[in-house]
Design a protein around this ligand. Structure first.
Ligand SMILES: [Zn+2]
Length: 265
C-alpha cells in the first residue's frame, strides 16, 4: 500500500489529468492496472531500510532496494535501487509496457536495478572491466534512463537463457529501447535504455531528451525536478556510507579513491 501512495504522489498530477480527460491516453482502469503491475514487479527481495526508524520519512528512502547476490550474481556491496519510481517517467512507462508484453508471452521478469548512484557506478568500475568500463555519471542509469532486468523461472534468475533473452530483447526494441543484448563488448542482455537522441555528454550537462507525445506527461518538468532531488539524496547517502564504512560494505577499493569516477552499463 505504501508503494501505491508514493507512486500516486510522484505522478499525482499526471494521473489525475489522465483520469479526468475523456480523450486521455490512459483510462482509470489502465492506471489501476499499471499500479498493480508496478506493485507486482517491484517486489525484489526486501532488505533493511536505509535509515533508522526515527528519521523523517522521505519518499526516496522507501524506494525498493536489493542486496548483492539477490539475483545470483556479484553486483557489489552497495545496495541496488530497484524501484520503478526512480526512473524517468517516460522511460518508466516503456519499461512497464516491456514487462507487460513479456508477461503476455508467459515470461516473468524481475527488476534488478533501476536508478544507480555515481557511487554505485564507481563500485562496479572498481570491480573490473568485466563489469563495466563506465565511471560514475556516465552510465544512463545515473539519469533514470536505463534498467537491468532478468527473466525468472520458478524464482531462479535466467541470466544465461539465451532463448528467453532473444524473446525479451526484441520486445524492448520494438518499444524504442536500446538493448544491451546487441552489444559485442560487454554483452549485457538485461540492460535496456532510452536516451532519445542524447548522449551521456548532454545528460551530464543536466539536460534530458525531449519526449515524444509530451502531452501525455503534463507534469514532466516537476517530476524530473523531484527525481533529481531524490537521486541526489541517494547519492549523498551512498557516498557517505561508502566513505564512512568501506569495510562494512566490503568495498574493494579505498573509499577515498575512485569514488567520484564511473560502473555496469
Ligand atoms: Zn544496465
Amino acid at each position: 500500500m505504501v508503494r501505491i501512495s508514493i507512486f500516486s504522489i510522484v505522478c499525482l498530477s499526471f494521473f489525475t489529468s489522465k483520469a479526468q480527460t475523456s480523450s486521455a491516453p490512459f483510462s482509470v482502469a489502465e492506471v489501476e492496472a499499471r499500479t498493480l503491475l508496478l506493485q507486482h514487479f517491484s517486489q525484489p527481495i526486501p532488505v533493511r531500510s536505509w535509515e533508522s526508524e526515527d528519521d523523517t520519512v522521505a519518499s526516496w528512502k522507501q524506494w525498493e532496494l536489493v542486496e548483492n547476490f539477490s539475483f545470483g550474481k556479484d553486483r557489489g556491496n552497495i545496495p541496488m535501487i530497484a524501484d520503478l519510481q526512480s526512473l524517468h517517467p517516460y522511460f518508466r512507462d516503456k519499461v512497464l509496457e516491456l514487462i507487460r508484453q513479456c508477461r503476455a508471452k508467459g515470461i516473468e521478469v524481475a527488476i534488478v536495478e533501476t536508478y544507480r548512484t555515481p557511487t554505485k557506478q564507481n563500485e562496479y568500475k572498481s570491480m573490473g572491466r568485466r563489469y563495466t568500463r563506465t565511471r560514475g555519471g556516465y552510465s544512463n542509469h545515473q539519469y533514470g534512463l536505463a534498467i537491468d532486468i532478468v527473466p525468472v523461472i520458478d524464482s531462479v534468475p535466467q541470466w544465461h537463457n539465451i532463448k528467453l533473452w532473444k524473446k525479451i530483447g526484441p520486445i524492448g526494441e520494438r518499444l524504442g529501447l536500446r538493448w544491451g543484448g546487441r552489444w559485442r563488448q560487454l554483452f549485457d542482455p538485461g540492460h535496456f535504455e532510452w536516451t532519445g537522441a542524447y548522449g551521456t555528454y548532454n545528460l551530464a550537462q543536466g539536460k534530458f531528451p525531449s519526449i515524444p507525445r509530451s502531452a501525455q506527461y503534463p507534469c514532466i518538468d516537476e517530476d524530473l525536478k523531484e527525481l533529481r532531488r531524490h537521486w541526489k539524496a541517494w547519492e549523498n547517502a551512498q557516498s557517505a556510507l561508502a566513505h564512512q564504512a568501506p569495510n562494512r560494505l566490503g568495498l574493494k577499493i579505498p573509499a577515498n579513491k575512485h569514488l567520484n569516477q564511473g560502473g555496469n552499463e
